[in-house]
Design a binder for this molecule. Sequence first.
Ligand code: ATP
Ligand code: MG
Length: 560
Amino acid sequence: MSEETTKPNNFIRNIINADLEVGKNDGRVHTRFPPEPNGYLHIGHAKSICLNFGLANDYNGLCNLRFDDTNPQKENEEFVKAIEEDVRWLGFDWQDRLFFSSNYFEQLFDYAVQLIKQGDAYVCDLSAEQTREYRGTLTEPGKNSPYRDRSIEENLALFKRMRAGEFADGSKLLRAKIDMASPNVNMRDPALYRIRHDVVHHQTGTEWCIYPMYDYTHCISDAIEGITHSICTLEFADHRPLYNWFLARLNTDSRPQQIEFSRLNLQYAITSKRKLTKLVEDNIVDSWDDPRMSTLSGMRRRGYPAAAIREFCERIGVTKADNSVEMEILDACIRENLNEHAPRAMAVLDPVKVVITNYPEGQTEELIAPNHPQNESMGTRIVPFTRELYIDRADFKEEANNKFKRLVKDKEVRLRNAYVIRCDEVIKDEKGKIVELLCSYDPATLGANPEGRKVKGVIHWVSVEHGIKAQVRIYDRLFNHPHPDSDKEVDDFTVHLNPQSLVTLTTSVVEKNLATVQPGTVYQFEREGYFCADSELCEAGNLVFNRTVTLRDTWAKIAK
Ligand code: ATP
Ligand code: MG
């Protein structure tokens, strides 16, 4: 355990603890979360957000939100706004430290001029294809570009003309002069600047026609902001020498340390913005916040509490080992949170009518039901009981053995929060479909079984007269393969889409208390699961509920 908190240590906290011990960075801890605004955030980003903002919280440090916006073609303001909303929703606050790499374009340009003046960068005229050829391979060294030995004066003049817009896209690059024979391909004279006309940058408009590359931009942005620990995913480990090379050559005051951890891969889900973009653009899902998406906005709309996602990120931990996390772990975090916090309600998803023949016509009894079985502070509500009720079709059988603890013809069952009823007669239509159950109730059974009566089964119900029609969207996993995008057998991950990922029920009936539901609220529909009032479609007179998660892990059973 570190001194600062009671959280378990991981290798990053160990590094920070050691740094603090020797007084590195004057005892400061300053991290950043650096998304590129080229899509919506997904559950993988949540891990990075919780880690970066979490460390800052734990060590009394700071965490910046910085948009890494060096690739204007794929970026836009919609994504910027969505990312800000998602980080805030997840429960983190960057205060006044919202930055864009594009804030530093002028400084980055000046640093590039410095590199040229030091003989550490040159303008190269090789075509994209030639540049690739000259780079060599993992097993063969590269070759020096014929433009590598241009004079400093010539390079300075050309770079300024690049900025002035005198050259076409792709005709020139500014490159670092490092080592074309380096065993690390990233060190083989990487590009610093490329030319891009005809794009409007969401922050800088048309001010620039040259854009700095990610590797060059990132380390300098970190240094400018005084970041102490620059945490990124493992694929950047091979870029670390370059990160350090730039800062050393530029002799920056601040020297952030890059630390890599393994990215989150979640089974049955996708954590790649490029592939999530495909799902949206090809209309495979409705939108970025479609409740089946592994985006934070999709999860929010589905009803996942932010606290449950934070708990999930805590539980999976931080390591350097590549791994793939089971969906059950996320589901369990959602269930645990909702079991504790979601108010209970009754909803009949697939209704069949019950008529209590010995209950007076026109009478309504206001029965009291607790909003939570354990938490009394959540209060109670009134559920109206009437002669005609709905129960779920799956809760009745004409014949069944004792394992079926629901309603059976000529047997008894308890209605949740109400009376014991007996089914006396089954009415069917001409096709044999059950349309109505004639039952009788025992007035002596409200709340408790009278002596000697063993009624084990309890089912939920809604009054026909008082219930409200609702659309219920039964969401399930979007993919039916644990690794949809790394299946070696197929190129196209969409073949693994689960055709049953959304089943829409249009005849469901919910208790009348839900008429005034606050969009975004999650209820436990007793015996059915957790359901969230859709934040976009739900309004008075039109109730739409999204299934957040089932009550139990039903997939485990199917897998067996
Ligand atoms: P994608 O592959 O989805 O485009 P990215 O890494 O390109 O992801 P960025 O916007 O650059 O997306 O990510 C911002 C931060 O989030 C980076 O620091 C990145 O390392 C981190 N991150 C992205 N995906 C994951 C993940 N699956 N697990 C953990 N961290 C992630
Ligand atoms: Mg990236």
